[in-house]
Design a protein. Structure first.
Length: 273
């Protein structure tokens, strides 16, 4: 099972003075069960890339498909394929809307046409999964929760859809370290226990190195690097710097690697910090 982009380009506001080619001829394949980090500077094209990966945006050129089904299609098959790729947007708690946590999480499964019992099972499972106690929180207003709990409720809404792939846009943005760890624990559980394919946009190279097995580096609308985070950090420092990645993080990683007895193939002296 895989999501495949073949020569995908995407242009915002084509034919206007504001025309912006945000993706240029991107080809790649992501399999179910992979954990892929997408990193890049602000404006590099990460959001455009992931929205093409889940069929929210349709390529101007090229194709995006899931198991051979074109994600931009209008058929029922295409709709079902899009439904298998969940998306957690940046600050997903801003999209909470219902009067109770239960109603919020139930919204998606209900739209799938499941029975009331099946919907309840999905809500209970999803809440358990993200560590929100059903008895305590199901009937509370989502807006009465803490920031970290709100984000977990929002993630539960996507988990309740039982997706095969989950795309997360900056899942830790704006969270304190405790909530951040809780959210990552859930994401890792989805990846490890349910075998969901995870695609995570982040601008933190540390997060990419810590959690992902594969990293895509986006620069000016192109995927300039695609490989194991450790190898990219070791071998591609210059291209990472070129892509505008935060230099201090490169140094932190160098230190972390050294602590494990690994060495970077170039010298970083204290004087350069
Ligand atoms: P990132 O997620 O890496 O910050 P985006 O994919 O959001 O990057 O943006 C890529 C480029 O496309 C940027 O130059 C951005 O200004 C432009 N862009 C993004 N969304 C729109 C839009 N809705 N209309 C016009 N230009 C856009």
């Amino acid at each position: 099972m895989s999501i495949k982009l073949e020569h995908v380009s995407y242009t915002y506001m084509p034919g206007t003075p504001y025309e912006k080619e945000a993706l240029k001829d991107v080809s790649l394949e992501i399999h179910k069960g992979e954990f892929v980090a997408v990193i890049g500077h602000t404006g590099s094209g990460k959001s455009t890339l992931v929205q093409n990966l889940n069929g929210l945006l349709h390529p101007a050129k090229g194709t995006a498909s899931l198991d051979g089904v074109d994600l931009s299609g209008k058929t029922n098959e295409a709709k079902l394929a899009r439904g298998r790729i969940g998306m957690v947007f940046q600050y997903p708690e801003h999209q909470l809307f219902a009067e109770t946590v239960y109603e919020d999480i139930a919204f998606g499964p209900r739209n799938l046409g499941l029975s009331a019992d099946e919907v309840e099972t999905r809500v209970r499972d999803a809440m358990k999964f993200v560590g929100l106690d059903f008895e305590t929180y199901a009937q509370r207003s989502p807006f009465s929760l803490s920031g970290g709990q709100m984000r977990r409720a929002a993630i539960a809404g996507v988990v309740a859809m039982n997706p095969d792939y989950l795309i997360l846009d900056e899942p830790s943005a704006g969270l304190d370290p405790g909530s951040r760890n809780a959210v990552f624990a859930e994401i890792m559980a989805l990846y490890k226990k349910r075998g969901i394919g995870i695609i995570m946009v982040t601008h933190s190279m540390e997060e990419a190195a810590k959690y992902a097995k594969r990293m895509l580096v986006v620069y000016k609308g192109e995927v300039i690097l695609d490989g194991k985070p450790g190898e990219i950090f070791l071998k591609e420092k210059n291209r990472l710097l070129e892509a505008g990645m935060d230099i201090p993080e490169v140094y932190k990683l160098a230190d972390a690697l050294r602590a494990k007895g690994l060495r970077l193939p170039y010298e970083i002296t204290d004087a350069k910090r």
